[in-house]
Design a protein around this ligand. Structure first.
Ligand SMILES: NC(=O)c1ccc[n+]([C@@H]2O[C@H](COP(=O)([O-])OP(=O)(O)OC[C@H]3O[C@@H](n4cnc5c(N)ncnc54)[C@H](OP(=O)(O)O)[C@@H]3O)[C@@H](O)[C@H]2O)c1
Length: 294
């Protein structure tokens, strides 16, 4: 396979770089930015002609799209809407068109935030109707629909609460705050599941061995609130001095109402690809150990 990874300098993209080292497939890592020490080919996924050119030049037969507008609060800025929609909806459609033209596979990463407006209390299934609460989730859902409409071969993997050693994320923020603040309040009225991007990268590679068209859910196993997540981050990091207390979402003014419950049901991906999903605290412990050994 010739696998083109977009957004290769983001959290998941970096994990795809690591996992590719054990592969016999050819990988091409692309992004719109350059990072010292990372070989990156420039590709803006909002540019369909540029995608077509790269696909033809390298005989790409698979695209893993790790690029997206991922700033959930920032997506609510009405002046940014055109840009957010272009990146989260039109760009995935571009990738789908390019893969349809060569009969290749598009792996699109989507989000648990396509759900959330309904008061769910059981894990969301793949065929459940999307009910996003904000622009980020709505544009990601539109991206899924645009991909499907092209008729290309696709696997859409919805994931949640992504973190890794790379880039900016909740784990790194909380590692810093629990080390430096005596008190911290964290919301306990939003329930989901964290996902270690390394585990997701492994799931992507496993699914690519025998791809089956469809939508899938992938996060780590288990369920927690952001408060529980923070408590475990502090515990594994040994930051015992910080007093962490639960609070309600309305104590933190935010431009977007986030889902109260967006746990993903992973039965389908486990059954179809035989994937074993690590429990969220086991993966968190592993990531923190890696960060502390850096
Ligand atoms: N982060 C989460 O908590 C989370 C949760 C659920 C699902 N997801 C989904 O998981 C996927 C990976 O997320 P992530 O956290 O790894 O993302 P990330 O760290 O924000 O990385 C995204 C990368 O895409 C690049 N990019 C921006 N515009 C681009 C363009 N026009 N063409 C090509 N690349 C472009 C970004 O560059 P710049 O930094 O220069 O803009 C960045 O390097 C995304 O689809 C996201 O929606 C994420």
């Amino acid at each position: 396979m010739v696998i083109l990874v977009t957004g290769a300098n983001g959290q998941l993209g970096n994990e795809m770089r690591l996992i590719s080292k054990d592969s016999t497939d050819k990988y091409i890592f692309t992004d719109v930015n350059q990072v010292e020490g990372l070989e990156t080919t420039y590709l803006d996924i909002t540019d369909l002609d540029a995608i077509r050119k790269m696909v033809a030049e390298h005989k790409v037969d698979t695209i893993v799209n790790c690029a997206a507008w991922t700033n959930v609060d920032g997506a609510e800025d009405s002046e940014k809407y055109v840009l957010v929609e272009k990146l989260n909806a039109t760009a995935p459609e571009n990738l789908a068109i390019a893969m349809k033209e060569v009969d290749g596979w598009l792996i699109q990463i989507s989000t648990d935030y396509v759900f959330g407006k309904e008061p769910y209390n059981t894990p969301c299934k793949e065929d459940q109707q999307g009910t996003p609460t904000g622009v980020y989730g709505a544009t990601k859902l539109l991206g899924e629909q645009k991909i499907i409409a092209t008729g290309c071969k696709y696997m859409i993997l919805r994931t949640a609460w992504l973190y890794s050693e790379f880039g900016k994320n909740f784990v790194k923020t909380m590692l810093n705050l629990t080390a430096t603040k005596p008190h911290l309040k964290v919301v306990f009225d939003q329930t989901g599941t964290p996902t270690y991007a390394w585990d997701l990268a492994k799931a992507i590679v496993a699914a690519l061995k025998n791809p089956v068209k469809g939508i899938y859910h992938y996060s780590n196993e288990g369920v927690c609130s952001w408060y529980d997540f923070t408590k475990m981050i502090a515990e594994y990091a040994g930051h015992t001095e910080c007093d962490i207390q639960p609070c309600h979402s309305d104590e933190f003014p935010s431009p977007v109402k986030r889902p109260a419950y967006s746990v993903l049901d992973k039965t389908k991906i486990k059954e179809i690809f035989g994937i074993k999903v690590p429990y969220w605290t086991d993966s968190l412990r592993q990531c923190i150990a890696h960060l502390q050994n850096k």
